[in-house]
Design a binder for this molecule. Sequence first.
Ligand code: NDP
Length: 337
Amino acid sequence: MTATYRRIVLARRPQGPVTPDVFRLEEVPLPSPGPGEVLVRNHFLSLDPYMRGRMYESKSYAEPQKLDETMIGGTVGLVEASRDERFAPGDPVMTQLGWQEYGVADGGSLMKIDTRAIPMSAYLGPVGMPGVTAWYGLNRICEPKPGETVLVSAASGAVGSVVGQLAKAAGCRAVGIAGGREKCAYVTDVLGFDGCLDHREHGDAASMARALRDAAPKGVDCVFENVGGVGLEAAIACMNPFGRVALCGVISGYEGGDIAIRNVPALLVSRIRLQGFIVSDHMELWPRALAELGQGVASGRIRYRETIAQGLAAAPEAFIGLLQGRNFGKQLVKLVE
Ligand code: NDP
């Protein structure tokens, strides 16, 4: 075992779009686990859009990321040393150790994962927080009925890809929005969506709405919104009466983009229910959702894709890429060769 390890801290808060210099890579001594604690070697780090929100000083639904402390984040890895009898060296676990190669966690905060039929990295994607987010927003807010049309933005991404596949399994028509032809081809040809709009081909909401009417000829019943801005405005313009919007994220506004909705009267006229949600408010549903998602991935019914950056030092650029749409599927950092 090594005497030191590397971690990345937030050195200062970004003013505008994130730049690599807001982070600092440090080498620090390896800690020993105390009673009830476990030392884990992280194999994969999850990069997620919510991390951008935590970099602001103001509190939102969670406390901000502290300066000079390890960047937060979900991780999967193997137990190296344990002083909790429930865990032994070599056990694969999922936890929240953040942007670092090793970390000590309270045994109660670790979840053992079964990597026999499901790859370790999938526990940060379709069988982890993004998958549960898709499951919750679709099943509990959209509540789709067979024959309805579900529209999903950021459709090739970690959350969106699962939403569309669950919507298809529920007997719905699934239409995605994604950035670029390659992503759209993946959404329809691999994930099985019925259609996909390339948002780069539409400069405004009116143009997007025209294309959406072609892709969703019976109108849109459920919108699973990950992006905000013109896509959401177009979606609202095409919604059927009593449609539902699961407001999951507004990534196009995380670095200061315009996410104003200009057709609010359509919400009233079509009697739309728009509900925001945070997946961590619903921990009681995670075991059920994870069991269903795990079966889907193990059986090959749920397909997914990953973009994997190599080594901890690559995390800042990979995170910036995620905020600019350069990732294609779940963005991960691989920490062990
Ligand atoms: P993704 O894997 O979907 O990656 C982000 C994608 O967003 C990019 O690939 C890009 O896709 C798109 N994107 C990025 N910037 C922009 C932009 N300026 N305009 C348009 N599209 C953009 O990420 P996740 O699946 O992890 O997250 C998707 C959404 O879900 C985010 O909004 C996130 O905050 C939210 N979320 C919410 C949770 C909750 O509890 N409410 C929990 C987890 C995630 P493309 O190239 O196709 O445009």
